[in-house]
Ligand binder design. Structure first.
Ligand code: NAD
Ligand code: GLY
Length: 356
Protein backbone atom coordinates (compact mmCIF):
# COMPACT_ATOMS: atom_id res chain seq x y z
CA UNK A 1 0.00 0.00 0.00
CA UNK A 2 1.37 3.40 -1.01
CA UNK A 3 0.59 5.42 2.09
CA UNK A 4 2.77 8.21 3.22
CA UNK A 5 3.79 11.77 2.70
CA UNK A 6 3.98 13.87 -0.45
CA UNK A 7 5.07 17.49 -0.69
CA UNK A 8 3.76 20.32 -2.79
CA UNK A 9 6.95 22.32 -3.41
CA UNK A 10 6.24 25.99 -3.92
CA UNK A 11 8.40 29.09 -3.66
CA UNK A 12 6.25 30.17 -0.75
CA UNK A 13 3.72 28.22 1.25
CA UNK A 14 4.70 24.68 0.27
CA UNK A 15 2.97 21.98 2.31
CA UNK A 16 2.65 18.27 2.93
CA UNK A 17 -0.03 15.81 2.03
CA UNK A 18 -0.30 13.02 4.58
CA UNK A 19 -2.07 9.83 3.50
CA UNK A 20 -2.73 6.95 5.89
CA UNK A 21 -5.54 4.95 7.41
CA UNK A 22 -6.47 6.37 10.82
CA UNK A 23 -4.98 9.86 10.38
CA UNK A 24 -8.25 11.51 11.41
CA UNK A 25 -7.53 10.34 14.95
CA UNK A 26 -4.43 12.54 14.99
CA UNK A 27 -6.03 15.69 13.59
CA UNK A 28 -6.12 17.40 16.99
CA UNK A 29 -2.33 17.33 17.37
CA UNK A 30 -1.83 18.53 13.79
CA UNK A 31 -4.34 21.39 14.19
CA UNK A 32 -2.87 22.37 17.55
CA UNK A 33 0.55 22.77 15.95
CA UNK A 34 -0.72 24.97 13.12
CA UNK A 35 -2.66 27.46 15.23
CA UNK A 36 -0.66 30.55 15.99
CA UNK A 37 -2.91 31.83 18.75
CA UNK A 38 -5.29 30.30 21.25
CA UNK A 39 -8.43 31.15 19.28
CA UNK A 40 -11.12 28.59 18.53
CA UNK A 41 -10.43 26.35 15.54
CA UNK A 42 -13.34 26.57 13.08
CA UNK A 43 -14.17 23.14 11.68
CA UNK A 44 -16.26 23.62 8.55
CA UNK A 45 -18.15 20.47 7.63
CA UNK A 46 -21.53 19.24 6.44
CA UNK A 47 -24.32 17.21 8.04
CA UNK A 48 -23.38 13.90 6.45
CA UNK A 49 -19.69 14.11 7.24
CA UNK A 50 -20.31 15.28 10.78
CA UNK A 51 -22.83 12.49 11.42
CA UNK A 52 -20.43 9.81 10.18
CA UNK A 53 -17.07 11.09 11.37
CA UNK A 54 -17.64 14.01 13.73
CA UNK A 55 -17.05 11.90 16.81
CA UNK A 56 -13.58 10.84 15.71
CA UNK A 57 -12.58 14.42 14.95
CA UNK A 58 -14.06 15.73 18.22
CA UNK A 59 -12.30 13.06 20.28
CA UNK A 60 -8.98 13.85 18.64
CA UNK A 61 -9.36 17.60 19.23
CA UNK A 62 -10.26 16.98 22.87
CA UNK A 63 -7.27 14.66 23.42
CA UNK A 64 -5.02 17.43 22.05
CA UNK A 65 -6.75 20.13 24.16
CA UNK A 66 -7.67 22.09 21.04
CA UNK A 67 -10.76 24.25 21.46
CA UNK A 68 -12.82 23.95 18.29
CA UNK A 69 -16.31 24.53 17.05
CA UNK A 70 -17.99 22.70 14.17
CA UNK A 71 -19.81 24.82 11.60
CA UNK A 72 -22.17 22.28 10.08
CA UNK A 73 -23.53 23.16 6.64
CA UNK A 74 -26.27 21.53 4.62
CA UNK A 75 -24.68 19.24 2.04
CA UNK A 76 -24.83 20.07 -1.64
CA UNK A 77 -23.28 22.08 -4.45
CA UNK A 78 -26.00 24.74 -4.11
CA UNK A 79 -24.37 25.78 -0.83
CA UNK A 80 -21.10 26.62 -2.58
CA UNK A 81 -22.57 30.04 -3.22
CA UNK A 82 -22.21 33.67 -2.27
CA UNK A 83 -24.97 33.12 0.30
CA UNK A 84 -23.15 30.10 1.73
CA UNK A 85 -19.97 32.17 1.94
CA UNK A 86 -21.77 35.02 3.70
CA UNK A 87 -23.14 32.60 6.33
CA UNK A 88 -19.63 31.26 6.88
CA UNK A 89 -18.26 34.79 7.43
CA UNK A 90 -21.04 35.28 10.02
CA UNK A 91 -19.90 32.14 11.82
CA UNK A 92 -16.24 33.19 11.68
CA UNK A 93 -17.24 36.54 13.20
CA UNK A 94 -19.29 34.81 15.92
CA UNK A 95 -16.25 32.67 16.79
CA UNK A 96 -14.07 35.82 16.78
CA UNK A 97 -11.52 34.27 14.41
CA UNK A 98 -8.36 36.36 14.19
CA UNK A 99 -5.54 36.50 11.67
CA UNK A 100 -3.79 33.79 13.67
CA UNK A 101 -6.79 31.45 13.64
CA UNK A 102 -7.06 28.16 11.85
CA UNK A 103 -9.96 26.72 9.83
CA UNK A 104 -10.35 23.04 9.03
CA UNK A 105 -12.21 22.00 5.87
CA UNK A 106 -13.65 18.63 6.87
CA UNK A 107 -15.69 17.19 4.01
CA UNK A 108 -15.89 16.87 0.26
CA UNK A 109 -14.98 19.35 -2.45
CA UNK A 110 -17.92 21.61 -1.66
CA UNK A 111 -16.83 22.14 1.93
CA UNK A 112 -13.18 22.37 0.83
CA UNK A 113 -13.78 25.01 -1.85
CA UNK A 114 -16.11 27.08 0.33
CA UNK A 115 -14.03 26.91 3.51
CA UNK A 116 -10.88 27.54 1.46
CA UNK A 117 -12.36 30.68 -0.09
CA UNK A 118 -13.58 31.92 3.29
CA UNK A 119 -10.07 31.28 4.70
CA UNK A 120 -8.52 33.08 1.71
CA UNK A 121 -10.55 36.19 2.34
CA UNK A 122 -11.24 36.29 6.07
CA UNK A 123 -9.07 39.13 7.38
CA UNK A 124 -7.22 38.91 4.04
CA UNK A 125 -6.24 35.32 4.62
CA UNK A 126 -5.96 32.82 7.46
CA UNK A 127 -4.49 29.34 7.54
CA UNK A 128 -6.55 26.25 6.89
CA UNK A 129 -6.13 22.49 6.74
CA UNK A 130 -7.87 20.27 4.22
CA UNK A 131 -9.26 17.04 5.65
CA UNK A 132 -11.03 15.61 2.59
CA UNK A 133 -13.63 12.87 3.04
CA UNK A 134 -14.75 12.09 -0.53
CA UNK A 135 -12.60 10.28 -3.07
CA UNK A 136 -12.85 13.30 -5.36
CA UNK A 137 -11.60 15.63 -2.65
CA UNK A 138 -8.86 13.21 -1.57
CA UNK A 139 -7.41 12.92 -5.07
CA UNK A 140 -8.07 16.37 -6.42
CA UNK A 141 -9.87 19.28 -4.80
CA UNK A 142 -8.03 19.30 -1.45
CA UNK A 143 -4.65 19.72 -3.16
CA UNK A 144 -3.51 22.80 -5.04
CA UNK A 145 -5.22 25.70 -3.31
CA UNK A 146 -7.99 26.44 -5.78
CA UNK A 147 -10.90 27.81 -3.77
CA UNK A 148 -14.16 29.20 -5.12
CA UNK A 149 -17.89 29.63 -5.02
CA UNK A 150 -20.36 29.37 -7.88
CA UNK A 151 -22.53 32.21 -9.08
CA UNK A 152 -25.72 31.69 -11.12
CA UNK A 153 -23.87 32.54 -14.35
CA UNK A 154 -21.17 29.97 -13.87
CA UNK A 155 -19.20 27.56 -11.76
CA UNK A 156 -16.26 28.64 -9.62
CA UNK A 157 -16.34 32.13 -11.12
CA UNK A 158 -15.52 33.84 -7.82
CA UNK A 159 -12.45 32.39 -6.18
CA UNK A 160 -8.84 32.67 -5.11
CA UNK A 161 -5.67 30.64 -4.97
CA UNK A 162 -5.04 29.96 -1.30
CA UNK A 163 -2.90 26.97 -0.45
CA UNK A 164 -3.79 24.92 2.61
CA UNK A 165 -1.14 24.54 5.29
CA UNK A 166 -1.59 20.77 5.31
CA UNK A 167 -3.72 18.09 3.66
CA UNK A 168 -4.67 15.13 5.85
CA UNK A 169 -6.13 12.16 3.98
CA UNK A 170 -7.61 9.24 5.90
CA UNK A 171 -8.93 6.70 3.36
CA UNK A 172 -10.96 5.04 6.15
CA UNK A 173 -13.44 7.93 5.92
CA UNK A 174 -14.41 6.65 2.46
CA UNK A 175 -16.04 3.58 4.01
CA UNK A 176 -19.24 5.59 4.53
CA UNK A 177 -19.20 7.33 1.14
CA UNK A 178 -22.26 6.50 -1.03
CA UNK A 179 -21.40 4.44 -4.17
CA UNK A 180 -22.45 7.26 -6.50
CA UNK A 181 -19.93 9.59 -4.84
CA UNK A 182 -17.22 6.91 -5.13
CA UNK A 183 -17.90 6.64 -8.85
CA UNK A 184 -17.78 10.43 -9.20
CA UNK A 185 -14.32 10.47 -7.60
CA UNK A 186 -13.17 7.53 -9.67
CA UNK A 187 -14.00 9.49 -12.84
CA UNK A 188 -11.39 12.06 -11.76
CA UNK A 189 -8.92 9.22 -11.14
CA UNK A 190 -9.51 8.01 -14.72
CA UNK A 191 -8.79 11.60 -15.80
CA UNK A 192 -5.39 11.61 -14.06
CA UNK A 193 -4.44 8.40 -15.84
CA UNK A 194 -5.70 9.75 -19.16
CA UNK A 195 -3.63 12.94 -18.99
CA UNK A 196 -0.49 11.80 -17.24
CA UNK A 197 -0.10 8.17 -16.33
CA UNK A 198 -0.90 5.25 -18.56
CA UNK A 199 -0.10 2.84 -15.62
CA UNK A 200 -2.58 4.74 -13.42
CA UNK A 201 -5.09 4.55 -16.25
CA UNK A 202 -4.60 0.77 -16.39
CA UNK A 203 -5.08 0.59 -12.62
CA UNK A 204 -8.39 2.44 -12.81
CA UNK A 205 -9.47 0.48 -15.91
CA UNK A 206 -8.71 -2.90 -14.34
CA UNK A 207 -11.57 -5.39 -14.09
CA UNK A 208 -10.40 -5.95 -10.48
CA UNK A 209 -11.30 -3.39 -7.84
CA UNK A 210 -8.18 -1.18 -7.52
CA UNK A 211 -6.63 -0.59 -4.10
CA UNK A 212 -8.00 2.80 -3.08
CA UNK A 213 -4.89 3.90 -1.22
CA UNK A 214 -2.81 3.24 -4.34
CA UNK A 215 -5.22 5.27 -6.47
CA UNK A 216 -5.22 8.15 -3.94
CA UNK A 217 -1.43 8.17 -3.62
CA UNK A 218 -0.82 8.04 -7.38
CA UNK A 219 -3.35 10.78 -8.17
CA UNK A 220 -1.94 13.03 -5.43
CA UNK A 221 1.57 12.36 -6.71
CA UNK A 222 0.59 13.54 -10.19
CA UNK A 223 -1.26 16.55 -8.79
CA UNK A 224 1.71 17.48 -6.57
CA UNK A 225 4.05 17.42 -9.57
CA UNK A 226 1.74 19.54 -11.68
CA UNK A 227 0.89 22.10 -8.97
CA UNK A 228 4.55 22.37 -7.91
CA UNK A 229 5.45 23.24 -11.52
CA UNK A 230 2.54 25.59 -12.19
CA UNK A 231 0.84 26.79 -9.02
CA UNK A 232 -1.22 29.51 -10.69
CA UNK A 233 -2.64 27.53 -13.60
CA UNK A 234 -0.83 29.33 -16.39
CA UNK A 235 0.37 26.30 -18.29
CA UNK A 236 0.72 22.65 -17.38
CA UNK A 237 -1.90 22.79 -14.62
CA UNK A 238 -4.57 23.47 -17.21
CA UNK A 239 -4.18 19.83 -18.29
CA UNK A 240 -6.01 18.88 -15.09
CA UNK A 241 -9.06 20.42 -16.71
CA UNK A 242 -9.41 17.58 -19.19
CA UNK A 243 -13.15 16.94 -19.43
CA UNK A 244 -13.95 20.06 -17.41
CA UNK A 245 -14.82 22.47 -20.24
CA UNK A 246 -17.91 20.47 -21.16
CA UNK A 247 -18.19 19.14 -17.61
CA UNK A 248 -18.64 22.60 -16.09
CA UNK A 249 -21.10 23.53 -18.84
CA UNK A 250 -23.12 20.40 -18.09
CA UNK A 251 -23.15 21.19 -14.38
CA UNK A 252 -24.27 24.73 -15.07
CA UNK A 253 -26.95 23.71 -17.59
CA UNK A 254 -28.39 21.34 -15.00
CA UNK A 255 -28.27 24.03 -12.28
CA UNK A 256 -25.45 22.27 -10.40
CA UNK A 257 -27.89 19.71 -9.04
CA UNK A 258 -28.48 16.83 -11.45
CA UNK A 259 -25.00 15.45 -11.98
CA UNK A 260 -22.14 14.91 -9.58
CA UNK A 261 -18.96 16.80 -10.57
CA UNK A 262 -17.14 13.60 -11.61
CA UNK A 263 -20.13 12.42 -13.62
CA UNK A 264 -20.12 15.66 -15.59
CA UNK A 265 -16.34 15.38 -16.08
CA UNK A 266 -16.78 11.81 -17.39
CA UNK A 267 -19.24 13.08 -20.04
CA UNK A 268 -16.83 15.94 -20.80
CA UNK A 269 -13.87 13.58 -21.25
CA UNK A 270 -15.62 11.40 -23.81
CA UNK A 271 -16.90 14.47 -25.68
CA UNK A 272 -13.37 15.94 -25.76
CA UNK A 273 -11.89 12.61 -26.91
CA UNK A 274 -14.52 12.30 -29.66
CA UNK A 275 -13.84 15.85 -30.82
CA UNK A 276 -10.07 15.21 -30.78
CA UNK A 277 -10.44 12.04 -32.82
CA UNK A 278 -12.77 13.73 -35.30
CA UNK A 279 -10.21 16.48 -35.87
CA UNK A 280 -7.35 13.99 -36.22
CA UNK A 281 -5.66 15.36 -33.08
CA UNK A 282 -6.32 12.34 -30.88
CA UNK A 283 -5.19 8.84 -31.82
CA UNK A 284 -8.00 6.60 -33.00
CA UNK A 285 -9.30 4.33 -30.26
CA UNK A 286 -8.58 6.71 -27.36
CA UNK A 287 -12.26 7.61 -26.91
CA UNK A 288 -13.20 3.93 -26.79
CA UNK A 289 -10.42 3.20 -24.28
CA UNK A 290 -11.84 5.96 -22.09
CA UNK A 291 -15.35 4.56 -22.45
CA UNK A 292 -14.09 1.11 -21.42
CA UNK A 293 -12.22 2.50 -18.40
CA UNK A 294 -15.26 4.45 -17.24
CA UNK A 295 -17.54 1.45 -17.81
CA UNK A 296 -15.24 -0.80 -15.77
CA UNK A 297 -15.81 1.49 -12.78
CA UNK A 298 -19.58 1.68 -13.43
CA UNK A 299 -19.41 5.28 -14.66
CA UNK A 300 -21.74 6.49 -17.41
CA UNK A 301 -19.70 7.88 -20.31
CA UNK A 302 -22.31 9.32 -22.68
CA UNK A 303 -23.92 12.68 -21.98
CA UNK A 304 -27.65 12.04 -22.38
CA UNK A 305 -28.42 15.63 -23.48
CA UNK A 306 -27.43 17.55 -26.59
CA UNK A 307 -23.78 18.60 -26.56
CA UNK A 308 -24.64 21.35 -29.10
CA UNK A 309 -26.92 22.94 -26.52
CA UNK A 310 -23.91 23.33 -24.22
CA UNK A 311 -22.07 25.77 -26.49
CA UNK A 312 -23.56 28.94 -24.94
CA UNK A 313 -22.52 27.68 -21.50
CA UNK A 314 -18.96 27.04 -22.79
CA UNK A 315 -18.68 30.76 -23.49
CA UNK A 316 -19.20 31.49 -19.78
CA UNK A 317 -16.33 29.16 -18.80
CA UNK A 318 -13.24 30.65 -17.16
CA UNK A 319 -11.17 29.18 -19.98
CA UNK A 320 -13.18 30.84 -22.74
CA UNK A 321 -11.27 33.36 -24.84
CA UNK A 322 -12.90 35.55 -27.47
CA UNK A 323 -14.89 33.36 -29.84
CA UNK A 324 -13.57 30.11 -28.45
CA UNK A 325 -12.16 28.13 -25.61
CA UNK A 326 -8.89 26.45 -24.65
CA UNK A 327 -9.74 22.76 -24.74
CA UNK A 328 -7.63 20.03 -23.20
CA UNK A 329 -7.34 17.15 -25.65
CA UNK A 330 -5.54 13.81 -25.52
CA UNK A 331 -2.86 12.78 -27.96
CA UNK A 332 -2.86 9.27 -26.50
CA UNK A 333 -3.79 7.78 -23.16
CA UNK A 334 -1.26 9.42 -20.82
CA UNK A 335 -0.50 12.47 -22.98
CA UNK A 336 -2.62 15.61 -22.99
CA UNK A 337 -2.24 19.01 -24.62
CA UNK A 338 -4.09 22.31 -24.86
CA UNK A 339 -5.64 23.62 -28.05
CA UNK A 340 -7.50 26.85 -28.62
CA UNK A 341 -10.68 26.07 -30.52
CA UNK A 342 -13.35 28.31 -31.93
CA UNK A 343 -16.96 27.52 -31.06
CA UNK A 344 -17.68 26.88 -34.75
CA UNK A 345 -14.86 24.31 -34.90
CA UNK A 346 -16.27 22.58 -31.81
CA UNK A 347 -19.76 22.74 -33.26
CA UNK A 348 -18.66 21.17 -36.56
CA UNK A 349 -16.84 18.39 -34.75
CA UNK A 350 -19.91 17.72 -32.62
CA UNK A 351 -22.16 17.53 -35.64
CA UNK A 352 -19.96 14.95 -37.28
CA UNK A 353 -20.97 11.33 -37.29
CA UNK A 354 -17.92 10.41 -35.20
CA UNK A 355 -19.61 11.95 -32.16
CA UNK A 356 -22.09 9.49 -30.75
P1 NAD B 1 -19.46 17.08 -2.08
O1 NAD B 1 -18.53 17.87 -1.29
O2 NAD B 1 -20.78 17.65 -2.43
O3 NAD B 1 -19.67 15.69 -1.35
C1 NAD B 1 -20.52 14.74 -1.93
C2 NAD B 1 -21.52 14.17 -0.92
O4 NAD B 1 -20.86 13.23 -0.11
C3 NAD B 1 -22.14 15.20 0.00
O5 NAD B 1 -23.49 14.86 0.19
C4 NAD B 1 -21.39 14.99 1.31
O6 NAD B 1 -22.16 15.33 2.43
C5 NAD B 1 -21.12 13.50 1.27
N1 NAD B 1 -19.96 13.03 2.01
C6 NAD B 1 -18.73 13.58 2.02
N2 NAD B 1 -17.88 12.77 2.66
C7 NAD B 1 -18.60 11.72 3.10
C8 NAD B 1 -18.27 10.54 3.81
N3 NAD B 1 -17.01 10.24 4.14
N4 NAD B 1 -19.27 9.67 4.11
C9 NAD B 1 -20.54 9.93 3.70
N5 NAD B 1 -20.90 11.00 2.99
C10 NAD B 1 -19.93 11.88 2.69
O7 NAD B 1 -18.84 16.66 -3.49
P2 NAD B 1 -17.37 16.33 -3.99
O8 NAD B 1 -17.58 15.47 -5.16
O9 NAD B 1 -16.47 15.89 -2.91
O10 NAD B 1 -16.82 17.76 -4.48
C11 NAD B 1 -17.38 18.41 -5.58
C12 NAD B 1 -16.92 19.84 -5.57
O11 NAD B 1 -15.51 19.89 -5.65
C13 NAD B 1 -17.44 20.66 -6.72
O12 NAD B 1 -17.95 21.87 -6.26
C14 NAD B 1 -16.22 20.90 -7.59
O13 NAD B 1 -16.28 22.10 -8.30
C15 NAD B 1 -15.14 20.93 -6.54
N6 NAD B 1 -13.80 20.67 -7.06
C16 NAD B 1 -12.81 21.53 -6.72
C17 NAD B 1 -11.52 21.30 -7.16
C18 NAD B 1 -10.41 22.21 -6.73
O14 NAD B 1 -9.29 22.08 -7.22
N7 NAD B 1 -10.64 23.09 -5.80
C19 NAD B 1 -11.24 20.19 -7.96
C20 NAD B 1 -12.28 19.32 -8.28
C21 NAD B 1 -13.56 19.57 -7.82
N1 GLY C 1 -8.81 20.50 -10.32
C1 GLY C 1 -8.03 21.30 -11.22
C2 GLY C 1 -6.91 22.00 -10.56
O1 GLY C 1 -6.70 21.88 -9.37
O2 GLY C 1 -6.20 22.68 -11.21
Amino acid sequence: MNCGRLSVSLEENGYDILIADGLLDGIGDLAGRLRSDGSTVAVVTDDNVWREHGERLSASMSRADVVFEPIILSPGEENKSIQGLASLYDEFARLALTRGSLAVAFGGGVVGDLCGFAAATWMRGIRYIQVPTTLLAQIDSSVGGKTAVNIPRGKNLAGAFHQPSLVVIDPVTLETLPPREMRSGMAEAVKYGAIRGAPLFDLTASPLEPCLSDVIYECCRVKCEIVSADELDRGERMLLNFGHTFGHAIERESNFGKYRHGEAVAFGMTLAADIGERLGLTSPGVADALRRALASRGIQAEYPGSAEDLLPALAADKKSVGGGVRMVLLRNIGTAFIRSMSFSEISLALESAAVR
